[in-house]
Each structure stands twice: as C-alpha cells, then as structure tokens.
Design a binder for this molecule. Sequence first.
Ligand code: DHB
Ligand code: FE
Length: 279
Amino acid sequence: MATIVGGIAVSHVPAIGGAIARKLQQDPYWKPFFDGFPPVRDWVQQMRPDVVVVFYNDHGLNFFLDKQPTFAVGAAPQYVNSDEGWGIPSLPPFRGDQDLSWHLINELVHRDFDLTTCQEMLVDHAFTLPMKLLWPQDGPAPVRTVPICINTVQHPLPSARRCLALGEAVGKAIEAWDSDARVLMLGTGGLSHQLDGERAGFINKDFDLRFVQSLGADPQWATQYSIEELVELTGTQGVELLMWLAMRGALPGKVRERSFHYHIPISNTAAGLLVLENH
Ligand code: DHB
Ligand code: FE
C-alpha cells in the first residue's frame, strides 16, 4: 500500500516566478521569503516522495468563469503550464501519475464526491511555482504529480468542512492505493490576502497564525467559519487557505508541525510555508 510521507502548505504568488527567473533570491525584498525553503527541501529529500498530490486553485488558465468545477482532478500524462499574462516565464511540463489519478477519481466518486475529471489540464502559477520552490533545479521535478483543483475564484465556493472532508477522502484513497509509492501532499494558496476592491492589501496576521496552529491537532477549527466569514477574516483571496485544510485532511496519522515560516508581505500576500509530519 502507498505511504503518505507528510504534507506541505505554501503560498503561491506569481511574482515569485519573476524573482526566480531574475535570480533575486538574495535580494533584500525576497531573501526573507526564499530563506524559508532550504530546510523544507532538505526534509523533502529525506522523505523521498515519488508522487506529489497538489491541492491548488486555478485562476482562469484552465477553467474560466464560464466553466468552473467545484473539484477537478487531473488524469493526464503530463501537465502543461502556459502564459497567464503575469510576465513570468512558463515552466516545462510536469509528469502525471495516471494510475493514482484514476484510483483517486474512482475512490472519490465512490465516496460521493462529484468531480470533474481532466485528461488534459493546464496548470497555472498556483501549481507550478510551489513545485519549483521545492525542486528548483533545471529540468523537470523528479516526482510524478496529481493536481486537484478546488474552486476559490467564483462563488459559490465549497465550505471549509467540505474541503477538509475532500482531503480526508483523498488520504484514505491513497492509503488504499495498491502501490509502494511514497506520496507527499501539497496545498497551495493563502494565507490572508486581498487583491482588489476597497480592502486591497488586507492581511490578518492574528487569524493566519491561529489557523496554522489549529492544523496540527484540531483541523476542524476552521470549519466553524462560513465562506463569507473566511473572506471577511482573510480577504477575498485569503480564502485559498482551503487548500491548506484539504492537504491537512489527507494526513491520516498523528500529525505534528515540523516547521512554519511566515513573512509579510510578498506582493499583496502574507506568505506562509508549513511542513506537517505524519507519523
Ligand atoms: C497574488 C496572490 C495570489 O494568490 C495570486 O493568485 C495572484 C497574485 C499577489 O499577492 O500578488
Ligand atoms: Fe492565488
């Protein structure tokens, strides 16, 4: 049976792609952000994952407002990145794991999740940049991937309770996968940020820290809030923290926070990087 080796949650901001392309990791603005990653990469090396299951939200590259699945699972041999208009380089394709994709799709539908299945799926900065931060070397990341997209861009959004339940179902399915693969869970988005409207620039450090603290022992904590309350507390895009909750839900063991790095701001975002161990 497959093994879930742990989970990582990390913010995604397009400007990170520009900073990587221009080698600005030591620049005073960027250094406090990039300095969070070497210890996390060391941990990933130790965990030796074969596959990464990525909870993320598409921002209009693969799904636009005319077609917006609540949950979509990739089932493609590879995932292609493409220009989103941010002025950052597109990254080379990421390798899929179709065996795990179809296993997850079967198990999730069996557990009453209504999914969109995608045999072709463009992946945007929310997928590519966290992967690049974890595997910064030239060439393709040395892991297979399964993207799971959760709608956080067009209302109505799935509740925190539903996203946690999705993660739990994904975790159970992976544990039942007939494979000796080692699987890393990744959630990307958040933490608090708002890109537009009267509250553009909004950040809520107190809430971010309380939320992250809850993830280890009490992941139900965030489910007390409705989507509207989460938007009010974290900003219109801060609600991407749903990905952190789904990632956490997938960890079946005794979960312990290994490290947390938090830096305000990167672009408009309170940037977080969390590693959860799964024993
Ligand atoms: C920013 C943050 C995001 O989550 C995103 O998807 C795009 C931009 C930002 O802070 O610039
Ligand atoms: Fe985003």
